[in-house]
Design a protein around this ligand. Sequence first.
Ligand code: GDP
Length: 365
Amino acid sequence: MKIGIVGLPNVGKSTIFNALTKAGAESANYPFCTIDPNIGVVTVPDPRLAVLEKMYNSKKVIPTTIEFVDIAGLVRGASKGEGLGNKFLSHIREVDAIVHVVRCFEDENVVHVEGKIDPIDDLETINLELIFADIEMLDRRIEKNKKLAKTNPQEKANIEVAMRLREILEGGKMPHDDDFTVDEWEFIQTIQLISIKPVLYIANVSENDLHEDNEMVTRLKVTVRENHSGSHKDIIKISAKIEEEIAQFDDAEKAEFLSDMGLEESGLDQVIRSGYKLLGLITFLTAGPQEIRAWTVTEGTKAPQAAGKIHTDIERGFIRAEITSFEQLIEAGTEVKAKESGVTRVEGKDYVMKDGDVTFFRFNV
Ligand code: GDP
């Protein structure tokens, strides 16, 4: 799962990206790697892992991860090839969700590309580029199968959907799934459009504005909520500067710093958690004395496909899954007691995985 970080130049994207990946790199316990200077693998914080580690006295803990990509270079005119625009737009097509950073801090020393700080203008500039790029994509799709549509009713319907979608985008709006039927939306998802991807907006504020929304954040929140009624849109406020500092700390220092600031959670933890939710992801867990491990699947994934995340052989030879919810396992105290008290369930191939399922797969080799 990949999340792309977009926004105008100098809004704080790299600061956020660096803090995200640095935070991962600093926790020696967690696997981290840099695939590319602009791609970072970030661990998903999950307090359940430490609890299981203690219960099983495990040798190792492996959290689950998501990938963040720093997509620089989006400016006004990008869809027309301005500033290598097309190259960056193609990177955005490859991600599963978008984090859109908007500048809501004042600082004379940090130049704004458009010469003034206005989060609504900034947001619209980026969104318009994404919309233009998608219109071009739709035009190509419509053009390509125009002939076929004359004889093929399905294709005719598809083109009509593409035209309707084009109209929404031309009106400067982002399309929502509730504008279309389930079948239509399924077709839309086969076109690699950017503007249908889930978006998390980040208002990047100065550290003094973390507690109370400044005027820019207030306006931004209204705009996001008005224009994005869809279920996959969210907005959070963070201070990239503070996150940069926090990323240098170890866990104890981080906790102290956050409590001094009167914050419950770092902005980055919020970004990761919201990103996870936005993507419709859930975590199941495997536990034993060798290792405790978290695995990511999308909501609705059935037991055999979840097993396939661990190894394709386990999916192929799937017999059953023995599942205890994390809460019930903790309540029982041990795996043995959970089995004795009957809270460990035996589930078959149609079982839909739930977040926090502590799972043991039985399979034929
Ligand atoms: P990008 O071009 O969007 O990746 O922006 P950068 O992360 O490189 O940030 C551009 C400049 O703004 C850098 O000098 C940052 O230190 C600074 N910056 C980023 N976030 C903040 C912030 O919250 N407050 C202030 N005052 N400066 C910031």
